[in-house]
Design a protein around this ligand. Structure first.
Ligand SMILES: [Zn+2]
Length: 261
């Protein structure tokens, strides 16, 4: 499932290949995929003749700005979405459930005047497209979070620390895998109440940034040291203890009862 690292790869692909190419037509066959009142006709009116000038990201939300203060195209990759530009995709193709390119999986796209294209392909159809998304509903981007910001969001909450880390309105971009990896690296129990972290906040902050940097370099959120142990009966790669499998913050969670406290 795309987390912040996969979305960042898609953002970089758009930046590298889609900017500066005038949009000739808009392909929006799936009304359900258009969100917050957007219609195919409105998307056409808003984007036709425009040029993409910047590709940004906040958490897992992709933001593509258009020229002359035109609208910003917001793309959500959902559970299985990938961006295809001139039929190139970012990220490791082996990880995706299917790399077939069934035409009906192309939920939204544009054709450029030069004959190329940008599509959002999404077999599971849980992504979305909107115009001028409300970026303020998302918290600070996980790549940019400071230790003080992390402390301020954890201190008042009695929720499990994992729930706070996955709350996109507080810190944007961390999904289930990255959160479990960061907590495993930091030696913090995912179910521990956020307001008890105190002196452990600095270690958690470092672990989040290290996780993003290292896994980003390796190629995605599935490349963590903790990742191969996400199955029943697995042992902790650090100390060999049997891992605990629980539901925390509504998500399947693997953690080590020995070194994660
Ligand atoms: Zn352990």
């Amino acid at each position: 499932m795309p987390e912040i690292l996969e979305v960042e790869m898609a953002r970089a692909l758009i930046e590298e290949r889609a900017l500066g190419r005038p949009v000739a037509s808009v392909y929006a066959p799936d009304a359900w995929f258009l969100k917050r009142g957007l219609t195919a006709a409105a998307a056409r009116r808003a984007l036709r003749g425009r040029t993409f000038v910047a590709a940004r990201r906040r958490g897992k939300l992709l933001l593509v700005d258009t020229d002359d203060d035109g609208p910003t195209l917001g793309l959500h990759l959902g559970m299985s979405g990938r961006v295809l530009i001139d039929d190139h995709a970012a990220g490791d193709p082996l990880l995706y459930a299917s790399n077939r390119d069934a035409p009906e999986w192309r939920r939204f796209g544009v054709r450029f005047a030069d004959g190329g294209s940008m599509y959002l392909r999404d077999p599971r159809r849980l992504g979305a497209v909107e115009l001028d998304p409300d970026e303020g509903r998302l918290g600070v981007d996980a790549f940019a979070v400071t230790r003080a910001q992390l402390r301020d969001m954890l201190r008042p909450s009695r929720a499990p620390v994992k729930a706070v880390l996955m709350d996109q309105a507080r810190i944007a971009g961390l999904g289930n895998l990255l959160t479990d990896e960061a907590l495993w690296r930091a030696g913090i129990d995912p179910a521990r109440a956020a307001n008890t972290l105190d002196d452990d906040v600095a270690r958690l902050h470092r672990a989040i940034l290290t996780t993003l940097r290292v896994l980003g370099r390796r190629g995605g959120s599935h490349t963590g040291d903790h990742m191969p142990s996400r199955f029943a009966g697995a042992h902790c790669p650090r100390d060999g203890a049997p891992l605990e499998r629980r539901t925390v913050a509504g998500r399947t969670t693997f953690s080590c009862p020995v070194h994660q406290r």
